[in-house]
Design a protein around this ligand. Structure first.
Ligand code: GLC
Length: 413
């Protein structure tokens, strides 16, 4: 089996973290398979995938292609035209490359690659669109995916919530929910703990301080401002220090906060010295182990939420925004606490409750790790993927118009 993965970004956002785990688990389960990865941007994912034994080719997107997108404010007819012209020449090169590699399956991971994959697919090759986000939120991409949908054999989605959304936008497309997984050795309660204060340039926190962090890209809907507002609502005497871990990693214009936006917001809220900004960290596991509480604060429904399962696996107590796919992966009060998206008052209450109750933290930590071990391990992921790859390789490109809405497992059990 020779599989080519196409991924737009080289930096580790959620979809790339998911891909990293996918490649890692498949490498272990199927050592004889040839895995190729074509990246539209250089970055840490290239060497991470090489270390896993994947053949990596970096083919940078032309700037106009990299910058165009729904998320940005600046999608004008002119920017679209420029992007389309550059994309055509990029597609010619990609067509040649795929002809040389002769894959049995092309698996795309990211909207721009879903389109380019469909455009450049060698004849009679099955195409998998791995969709990590709500397509209905992307009017431009929805239209473009509709145009190219015939090329897609099956769409993998990361939750039932995303499956429903996709079925609505592209009725008749075959859709298969497969939950993400993580490496339970890397994400484990034992191991190095990062010095977050040093990373953030803060003096060491006093002993007994409860560390609460939000780990996310700087995409605007990840709820950084809600988290900062919640911190500002905490009574002044409590020993809690906040951390914002991550950075602006996307090239699409207008889609994310800059570090400066967030520093200014922290200052406006009187949080100077009470919250640290570490920047983007590659070793998420060591950062998670250094935190007592991880906050997930997305203001819109989260399609899945890798950080929730990563934190569970590291034995860090989680407070998560309860909507979308994220609410499929935890159960409020059992293995995490929930709060309504965008509600900084309830979030502050949950932080306060958990910070003041070490027994509850301990219970959530244990239950979280147990959940990760039961449901989010690589073997489950590689079994589901390998079965799908075997099933579709050699099958005709045009799939029957049928929606397969089956959950890979029941996360509530
Ligand atoms: C995207 C989604 C996120 C998910 C990740 C991996 O980044 O926004 O919710 O966890 O993909 O599937």
């Amino acid at each position: 089996m020779r599989i080519v993965y196409l991924n737009p970004c080289g930096t580790l956002g959620g979809a790339e973290t998911s891909l990293r785990e996918l490649l890692g688990s498949l490498r272990v389960a199927e050592p004889a398979w040839e895995l190729w990865l074509v990246l539209g941007e250089d970055g840490p994912l290239a060497s991470i995938a090489r270390d896993l034994g994947v053949e990596v080719l970096v083919r940078p997107f032309p700037t106009s292609v990299a910058q165009v997108g729904d998320a940005g404010r600046l999608t004008t007819v002119w920017s679209l035209t420029k992007a389309a012209i550059s994309a055509a020449s990029y597609a010619r090169d990609l067509t040649r490359l795929l002809r040389q590699i002769q894959p049995d399956i092309v698996h795309t991971n990211g909207f721009k690659m879903h389109l380019l994959g469909a455009w450049t697919l060698p004849r009679r090759t099955p195409l998998i669109w791995h969709i990590h986000d709500y397509v209905s939120r992307r009017p431009l991409m929805s239209r473009l995916l509709r145009l190219f949908r015939k090329a897609c054999t099956v769409a993998i989605v990361n939750s039932n919530s995303v499956a429903q959304d996709l079925a609505h936008v592209l009725p008749g497309l075959r859709i298969l929910p497969i939950y993400n997984a993580i490496d339970l050795h890397r994400f484990s309660p034992t191991g190095e703990q990062m010095d977050l204060d040093a990373k953030a340039g803060l003096a060491p926190a006093a002993a007994g301080t409860v560390r609460v962090g939000l780990i996310a890209t700087f995409a605007r809907w990840k709820g950084h401002k809600v988290f900062l507002e919640a911190l500002a609502r905490l009574p002044s005497g409590v020993s809690i220090r906040g951390y914002i871990i991550g950075g602006p990693i996307y090239q699409t214009e207008g889609s994310q906060w800059s570090a400066r936006d967030l520093y200014q917001e922290a200052e406006r809220l009187g949080l100077a010295g009470k919250v640290g900004f570490t920047g983007f960290l590659n070793d998420t596991a060591a950062a998670l182990r250094a935190l007592d509480i991880v906050v997930h604060a997305s203001t819109q429904p989260e399609p899945f939420g890798m950080v929730i399962i990563e934190a569970m696996a590291c034995g860090t107590a989680v407070i998560a925004s309860q909507a979308g796919g994220a609410s499929e992966i935890f159960s409020d009060g059992e293995n995490a606490l929930g709060h309504p998206p965008g509600d900084s008052a309830v979030l502050a209450q949950q932080i306060l409750r958990l910070a003041g109750d070490p027994t509850l933290r301990h219970r959530l930590r244990e239950a979280g790790r147990a959940t990760a071990e039961r449901l989010y391990h690589g073997k489950r992921l590689s079994d589901e993927l390998a079965a799908l790859y075997r099933k579709i390789s050699g099958t005709p490109v045009e799939a029957p118009p049928e929606v397969v809405m089956q959950s890979s497992f029941d996360a509530s059990k």
